[in-house]
Design a protein around this ligand. Structure first.
Ligand code: NAP
Length: 226
């Protein structure tokens, strides 16, 4: 099966990014996927037909180099998935500048830098997706033990809202909550597996392509409160 569609997944060495690549390949897409260290991306590299690119998202020079290498490519989907949990101890009293800086740079600022460089290569009815989280909702008070991570995803949502004004009207922008998923980050007690989450997210991407506008939704397509 071939869809003639092309996706670029940012952060695909493991977890949800890797799962997204697998679902897209099963659905017949051409897939380009980035990892920080190709030497630690054996599962991804073994998938037939994936173009693996190197990207440390927090490096401006690596972002510039990726943009150069991908010049002329057109994407139906650009999915910025990469993210981190931040320090193990998220008590604001003990938060360190370097940890908080890295967390917010990775989760809120770098995804927008990726999008600013690569969204111009998105097809007119393409989808630009960011991996947010329900924890990014400022209206939901849960998650005090992960308050720094939660704030970084709220900041990502805010940055997405600021960035969206730069998009073409037919392009869809999604802030996606993948569910609570069994990955290195989600842990083994999480509610759903990577297959369920990524299958759902791909359905939502396809359902929203060409609709235009910005949505904050989960992997089932339910709207979430900002
Ligand atoms: P994961 O298994 O820890 O994977 C995180 C991915 O992000 C890895 O591929 C990692 O690459 C990459 N990454 C981290 N920092 C990066 C950077 N500076 N530059 C480039 N790549 C970087 O986590 P996951 O559960 O799959 O999470 C994926 C996304 O979903 C994250 O944005 C996370 O916040 C979000 N999310 C997850 C859940 C959940 O329940 N799992 C829920 C809500 C939202 P390396 O292998 O090189 O470290």
């Amino acid at each position: 099966m071939s869809t003639n569609k092309t996706a670029l997944i940012i952060g695909a060495s493991r977890g949800l990014g890797l799962g997204l690549v697998q679902r897209l390949l099963e659905d017949g897409w051409n897939v380009l996927a980035t990892v920080r260290d190709p030497a630690r991306a054996d599962t991804l590299s073994a998938l037939p037909g994936v173009q693996v690119e190197t990207l440390e998202m927090n490096s401006g020079s690596q972002l510039d180099a990726l943009q150069q290498r991908l010049q002329g490519q057109v994407f139906d989907l650009l999915f910025v998935n990469a993210g981190v949990m931040g320090p193990g101890d998220q008590n604001p009293e003990r938060a360190q500048l370097a940890d908080v800086g890295e967390l917010f740079l990775t989760n809120a600022v770098s995804p927008i830098r990726v999008a600013q460089r690569l969204a111009p290569q998105l097809r007119e009815d393409g989808v630009l997706a960011f991996m947010s989280s329900i924890l990014g909702s400022v209206a939901i008070p849960d998650g005090s033990e992960m308050c720094l991570y939660k704030a970084s995803k709220a900041a990502l949502n805010s940055m997405i809202n600021s960035f969206v004004t730069l998009q073409q009207p037919q392009q869809t922008v999604l802030a996606m909550h993948p569910g609570w998923v069994k990955t290195d980050m989600g842990g083994e007690n999480a509610e759903i597996d990577v297959l369920t989450s990524t299958r759902g997210m791909l359905e939502q991407i396809k359902a929203n392509a060409g609709k235009g506008g910005l949505q904050f939704i989960n992997y089932k397509g339910e709207s979430l409160i900002w």
